[in-house]
Each structure stands twice: as structure tokens, then as C-alpha cells.
Design a binder for this molecule. Structure first.
Ligand code: ADP
Ligand code: ASP
Ligand code: MG
Length: 409
């Protein structure tokens, strides 16, 4: 088999962890597999570097931030190669640029355009182990770019696709994808196998165990991801195409996100083009609007409420004050202490009453719902951040997610 193995920050947190990673790499190699490795920076290192930059300047240039944070991954890649070499394994570290990662020009949130990794394949075929820095690439000007927080997952999947790997193994500090974040609900249960679609929803709705884009990429190219622990040797979670052997409960998992703020613009004269007038300037500011609710027009006026990432709350309010004046709306207000909770499951397509159970459960738990949005395989509610943990635990219980899922009758 040809494998790409990715090790996250906690898995390479110190030299002992790096030695242990070398054990895992050697194990796969000795089993006769061709292996390439992608590493993250040591746990906490990316945050430490960003904080250093901000001690010097409130708004450091993103070009320099990228140059700075990319060093974190370079340290671990070189250290792992050094340890592998000590054991007699021919390993070579590569920066993102050296490994062939070409990205868009936008710093700090670059997207991968292509990975030219033929030279890495030649190494792998000779039994060498390329150790590639995750999270980074170079743009058309040759500048270092990074792929957004958690981006090493995406580097790993992109590399797996580029070298034609059979699977991408992502090693982390949990032994799989759980029904919800085990830090919030200790009774959460490991899901042995999950579809790309569900994992994509879980990740985009806040389950940061995998970066969303890594899942999108894996789905597009049919690359299986095996999420597993570098701390305990236990079976992990296979993220793959939906199939008959997957669990068929209505709800597969619960995702949540605290990083939310909600903004309302009220009393907008209702006429064609108002949504464009409201959301156009926000899009221009590169702010991602998420949940949107527009009220039914009453007496020619309407309200729109939407959510944005919490870090963009102040900017969004400023933009909305301007829009208010332009449209002759009545008022703008917001709340940056909200959170989003979602239930996810392909089984929802064939189960009725899931929404009813969700809303009744939240009502009984005393959780007020501010906004609701649904798709075929998820239901999302926006609630007070204070009630987040209560809501997650109540829903986990109501959908009996701590019990092994039963097959549909
Ligand atoms: P790494 O540094 O290896 O990339 P991350 O911290 O990015 O690791 O992701 C692993 C963490 O994701 C876990 O420690 C866990 O707290 C969190 N997490 C959130 N939702 C889930 C979930 N549904 N299943 C498992 N882990 C989850
Ligand atoms: N080191 C980067 C981060 O902390 C990328 C990653 O770990 O995936 O976001
Ligand atoms: Mg991560």
C-alpha cells in the first residue's frame, strides 16, 4: 500500500512524541508500505508565533505572518527526518514549496492549486520517506503561504491525492470521530465509519477534528481518510463513501461552534434587491455569512437576521450601520454571545420527526432557539452560548448517541 500519514500538533509536541511518531512510521514501512509523512507544528507553536508577531505590531502584514508561522512545521519535519535517519531510515524533510504545493496568493487562507509531487513519488518508490511540512505552500510569486488554521489536514489529503496513495491516515489525540466532541460530552461514542457527506457537515458545523477543506478534497477525489490516535493503538474512524455497512440511525453526530455572532437589521423597506444590498458589502469585506433568516414582509417592511464569525462582529455592525442609512432601515443590533448547535445524519433523509425531537428536547432543557436552518442531512439552531453544553448533552441523550447505533428495521 501507499500511505500518507499526518501527525497533528499534540502528536509531535516534544521529542518523545516525535520518537513515537517515528515508531509508527517505521511500523508501516516494515509492513511493506510506501510512506510519506505530513507534520504539524508542535502543539501551541503556531499560537505562540502569532502572539509574538502581535506583541510587535497590532496588525502585522499577512505575508510576514505566513513566513513566521510556516517555521513551526519546518522544525517538526526536520526533527522527524533526523530521528528517522538515526534509525537508518532514508528520510528527507521538504517545505511546502519544495514538496510542490502551489497555492493561491492570499496569505493566511491560501487554497491549494496543485501539488507537483512526482519527485516525492520517486523517493517513495525507492523506500525513502518524504517528511513534508503541513499547512503551507508557495504562491505564484514564490512567497510562503499558509492554508488556514488546521490546514495540515488539507495538506495531507492533497498530498495523498497527488502521490496516488491508497489511504490518508490522520493521527491525532483522539482515536476517531466521536458522536460529539468528547471534551463536552464524555459519553460520546466513537463512530467506526462515516460518510464524506456527514463528515463534511460535521466539520463545517464546528467539529474541528478535521479541517473542512480536507474532507471536501477527500470526497472529490474519493480518498479514504482514516482518523486515528497516535497515543493509543486502537481502531479509528474511516471516512469514506456512503455504504450499506454504515450506521443507519437518524442522527450520526452533534457538532457545535462557539465562534458565532448574530446581527439583525430591522425595518427595511421591502423591495427587490434588499438582500443584495445587505449582503453585498459584507461579501466585499470577505466576511462569511452563515445562517440567514428573513422575516415575512409586514406592511412593506422586513427584517433580516444573520450570523457571522465572532471575530467579524464589530466590522459587520459598522457595515450594517451604513447599509441601514442607505436603505432607510429602522435599526441594527447584534449579539456576540451566541453559539450554533447542529445534528447531522444521512439517516435524516428517511426518518421523520427528527426536528420535532430536537426542538422538544431543547425546550425541555430550557434552551431558547434564536434561529433555525436545515438541509437534507442536518438541522442547525442558534442559541445562547451559555446554554451550549446543556443543549449538546440533552441532544446526545435524546438521540441515544451513547448507545451503539441500531440497524434500521
Ligand atoms: P490535531 O492537532 O491533531 O490536528 P485537533 O485538536 O485539530 O488535533 O483535533 C482533535 C480534537 O478535535 C480532539 O481533541 C477533540 O477535542 C476535537 N473534536 C471536536 N469534535 C470532535 C468529534 N466529533 N470527534 C472527535 N474529536 C472531536
Ligand atoms: N499548525 C497549524 C495550526 O495550528 C496547522 C495545523 O496544525 O494543522 O493551525
Ligand atoms: Mg487539527
Amino acid at each position: 500500500m501507499r500511505l500518507v500519514q499526518k501527525f497533528g500538533g499534540t502528536s509531535v509536541a516534544d521529542l518523545n512524541r516525535i520518537r513515537h511518531v517515528a515508531d509508527i512510521v517505521c511500523r508501516e514501512r516494515e509492513a511493506g508500505n510506501e510512506v510519506a509523512v505530513v507534520v504539524s507544528a508542535m502543539a501551541g507553536e503556531t499560537n505562540r508565533l502569532i502572539a509574538l508577531a502581535h506583541e510587535l505590531a497590532p496588525e502585522p502584514k499577512q505575508r510576514e505572518l505566513d513566513a513566521l508561522v510556516a517555521t513551526g512545521e519546518q522544525v517538526t519535519a526536520a526533527l522527524l527526518a533526523i530521528e528517522l535517519n538515526r534509525r537508518g531510515v532514508p528520510a528527507y524533510s521538504f517545505t511546502g514549496g519544495q514538496a510542490g504545493f502551489r497555492t493561491t496568493s492570499s496569505h493566511f487562507r491560501a487554497r491549494i492549486l496543485e501539488v507537483q509531487a512526482e519527485h516525492l513519488v520517486r523517493h517513495m518508490q525507492r523506500g525513502h520517506v518524504p517528511v513534508v511540512t503541513g499547512f503551507q505552500g508557495v504562491n505564484e510569486r514564490g512567497e510562503i503561504t499558509t492554508l488556514g488554521r488546521g490546514g495540515s489536514d488539507t495538506s495531507a489529503v492533497a498530498l495523498a491525492v497527488a502521490v496516488g496513495a491508497d489511504r490518508c491516515d490522520i493521527y491525532t489525540d483522539v482515536d476517531g470521530v466521536y458522536t460529539t466532541d468528547p471534551r463536552v460530552e464524555p459519553r460520546a461514542r466513537k463512530i467506526p465509519k462515516i460518510s464524506y457527506e456527514e463528515m463534511l457537515e460535521m466539520a463545517s458545523l464546528g467539529a474541528k477534528v478535521l479541517q473542512v477543506r480536507s474532507v471536501g478534497l477527500a470526497m472529490r477525489y474519493g480518498m479514504p481518510i482514516y482518523l486515528r490516535s497516535s497515543f493509543v493503538d486502537a481502531p479509528g474512524t474511516l471516512v469514506t463513501k456512503e455504504d450499506q455497512t454504515m450506521e443507519r440511525a437518524a442522527v450520526t453526530g452533534i457538532a457545535f461552534n462557539r465562534d458565532e455572532a448574530k446581527v439583525t437589521i430591522r425595518g427595511i423597506p421591502d423591495r427587490p434587491g434588499i438582500a443584495a444590498a445587505v449582503f453585498g458589502p459584507i461579501a466585499e469585506a470577505e466576511i462569511n455569512v452563515d445562517v440567514i433568516v428573513q422575516n415575512v414582509s409586514e406592511a412593506g417592511v422586513t427584517d433580516i437576521t444573520f450570523t457571522v464569525p465572532r471575530q467579524d462582529f464589530r466590522t459587520t455592525l459598522r457595515i450594517m450601520e451604513r447599509v441601514k442609512a442607505e436603505l432607510g432601515a429602522r435599526e441594527v443590533f447584534g449579539d456576540d454571545t451566541v453559539a450554533k448547535v447542529s445534528i447531522v445524519g444521512v439517516g435524516m433523509r428517511s426518518h421523520s420527526g427528527v426536528a420535532k425531537t430536537m426542538f422538544e428536547t431543547l425546550a425541555q432543557a430550557g434552551v431558547n432557539i434564536a434561529m433555525i436552518t436545515t438541509s437534507e442531512i442536518k438541522i442547525t439552531v442558534v442559541i445562547d452560548e451559555e446554554k451550549l453544553e446543556t443543549a449538546v448533552r440533552a441532544l446526545h441523550e435524546a438521540f441515544r448517541l451513547h448507545e451503539p447505533a441500531r440497524e434500521e428495521a
